[in-house]
Design a protein around this ligand. Structure first.
Ligand code: PMP
Ligand code: GLN
Length: 388
C-alpha cells in the first residue's frame, strides 16, 4: 500500500459519527445539519432524476451551473468570473482539493499549511509528492503570525493553502491576513488554494472576503466552494473550483481522471438554488446564527468556556478553562462512549499535538438536540473534571 494511506487512520468525522450511531449518542461531531435542505431544491433534483438529464454531463460541469456559479460570485464577491474560462464543477470540495493539489504539485515541492488544518489537505499533498511546512494559528484570535509565516517560505514553496472561514476554529480571516498571504504568494511566485466552503455561513459583523479578489491574486488562486454547505445538504457533494484560465485548464486535467463529472440532476438543482440564492442564504444564516447563540448561551450557563464563532456550523470549547483535565482526544472519545455526546477533538486538525485542548461542537441541530447535548457534556465534564 502507499505509505501515505497505510499510515493513516479513518477520518475522525466518520469515526465519531460511527460511534454516535452505535451508541445512540447525540452527534455534535461531524458537521451536518439535523434538517434536510430546501424542499424546492430537493423537488428540482427529484424532477431532474425523472425527466433527465441522467447521462454524462460535460466534464467541466453543466453550462447552466457554471454560469450560475460565476454570476453568484460576481454578484456577492465582485469576482468578475467567466463561466467558460474560470469554473469547474467537482464532486464536492473534497474532490476539488484533491484535483487542485494533483494539478499543481510535483515531488519535492513544499506547501504551507496553517494549523488547525482540515484533515484532507496533508495526506493529499503528500500523495502528490510534496512536503508540508506548518504555521500554527492560536486562539482566541487565530491571526497569522507574520514571522512564522515568513519562516515557512523557502525556494521550494509552491502552494499556500488557506481556509476561511476556518474549520474548526470558526474564525474568519481578516483583510490584513489575506493581504499578507497574498503579498507573500506574489513575491514567492506561489499559488493559493483557498478553501472557502464556509463562505456563506458567516455571521455579522464578520465578512467573508475571497483570496481571489485580493490584488494580484486572481490568476494565482484556486477558490474552492461547496453547494453542500451553501444549501445545508452536505451529502450532495457538488463542489466548485474557480481559477484563472491557465490554472483552470490544469485543474480540469486532474478532475477528468478523478471523477470526470458530477451527477447532472444535482447540478441542475444547484444551478436553480444559486439562481434563487439571496433569500435562502440569508434565511440559513439567520437560523444558524440563532442556534450558535443558543448553544453558546447554554454552554456558558453550565460553566463551559466557549470561544467566539464568526462562521461555519461550529463553535469550540476550551476544556482546561471549563474545568476538564483531559486532552481533547481523551475527552472526545470518553464523552461519546461514557456520556453519550459526540464532539470533534481539535487534535484531528494537527500533525502533532496542539498546545490547547479544544473540542469542536456542531450547532446546526434542533434546540432540543443542543439542550440534551449540553446536559451530556456536563456529565462528561464531571467524569473528567477537576474532581474526577
Ligand atoms: N473543506 C472544509 C474546510 C470542510 O469543512 C469540508 C467539509 N465540511 C470540505 C472541505 C469538504 O466539502 P464537501 O463535502 O463539499 O466535499
Ligand atoms: N467537513 C465535515 C466536518 O468538518 C466533515 C466532512 C467529512 O466527514 N469528510 O465535520
Amino acid at each position: 500500500m502507499n505509505p501515505v494511506f497505510s499510515g493513516l487512520g479513518e477520518t475522525v468525522f466518520d469515526v465519531m459519527s460511527g460511534l454516535a450511531r452505535e451508541t445512540g449518542a447525540i452527534n455534535l461531531g461531524q458537521g451536518f445539519p439535523e434538517w434536510d435542505g430546501p424542499e424546492d431544491l430537493r423537488a428540482r433534483a427529484a424532477q431532474a432524476v425523472m425527466e433527465g438529464p441522467n447521462q454524462y454531463p460535460p466534464m467541466r460541469g453543466l453550462p447552466e451551473l457554471r454560469s450560475a456559479i460565476a454570476d453568484h460570485y460576481n454578484t456577492t464577491q465582485s469576482l468578475d468570473l467567466d463561466w467558460r474560462r474560470n469554473i469547474t464543477v467537482t464532486s464536492g470540495a473534497t474532490e476539488a482539493l484533491a484535483a487542485a493539489l494533483l494539478a499543481v504539485l510535483s515531488p519535492g515541492d513544499e506547501v504551507i499549511l496553517f494549523e488547525p488544518a482540515y484533515d484532507s489537505y496533508l495526506p493529499m499533498l503528500r500523495r502528490a509528492g510534496a512536503e508540508a511546512r506548518f504555521v500554527r494559528l492560536r486562539p482566541p484570535s487565530w491571526k497569522v503570525d507574520t514571522q512564522r509565516l515568513l519562516d515557512a517560505f523557502s525556494s521550494k514553496t509552491r502552494v499556500v493553502i488557506i481556509n476561511t472561514p476556518l474549520n474548526p476554529s470558526a474564525s474568519v480571516m481578516d483583510e490584513e491576513d489575506l493581504s499578507l498571504i497574498a503579498r507573500l504568494c506574489i513575491e514567492n511566485d506561489c499559488i493559493c488554494i483557498s478553501d472557502e466552503v464556509w463562505e456563506e455561513c458567516v455571521f455579522g459583523p464578520a465578512v467573508h472576503r475571497s483570496m481571489m479578489g485580493m490584488p494580484g491574486m486572481r490568476d494565482r488562486t484556486i477558490k474552492i466552494g461547496s453547494a453542500g454547505k451553501m444549501f445545508s445538504m452536505t451529502g450532495w457533494k457538488v463542489g466548485f473550483a474557480c481559477a484563472g484560465p491557465e490554472l483552470t485548464e490544469a485543474f480540469a486535467r486532474a478532475h477528468q481522471f478523478l471523477t470526470f463529472t458530477t451527477p447532472p440532476m444535482l447540478q441542475t438543482a444547484v444551478a436553480f438554488g444559486l439562481q434563487t440564492a439571496a433569500d435562502r442564504l440569508s434565511a440559513m444564516r439567520g437560523r444558524l446564527q440563532g442556534l450558535r447563540d443558543t448553544l453558546t448561551r447554554r454552554l456558558s450557563e453550565e460553566g463551559f468556556h466557549v470561544l467566539p464563532a464568526a462562521g461555519t456550523y461550529f463553535l469550540s470549547v476550551d476544556l482546561a478553562r471549563s474545568g476538564v483535565r483531559a486532552s481533547c482526544a481523551e475527552f472526545a472519545f470518553r464523552a461519546v462512549k461514557e456520556a453519550g455526546v459526540a464532539t470533534i477533538p481539535f487534535s484531528a486538525f494537527y500533525a502533532s499535538p496542539p498546545e490547547d485542548a479544544l473540542v469542536r461542537l456542531c450547532f446546526a441541530k434542533s434546540e432540543q438536540t443542543l439542550e440534551e447535548g449540553v446536559r451530556r457534556l456536563a456529565i462528561a465534564r464531571n467524569l473528567m473534571g477537576t474532581s474526577g
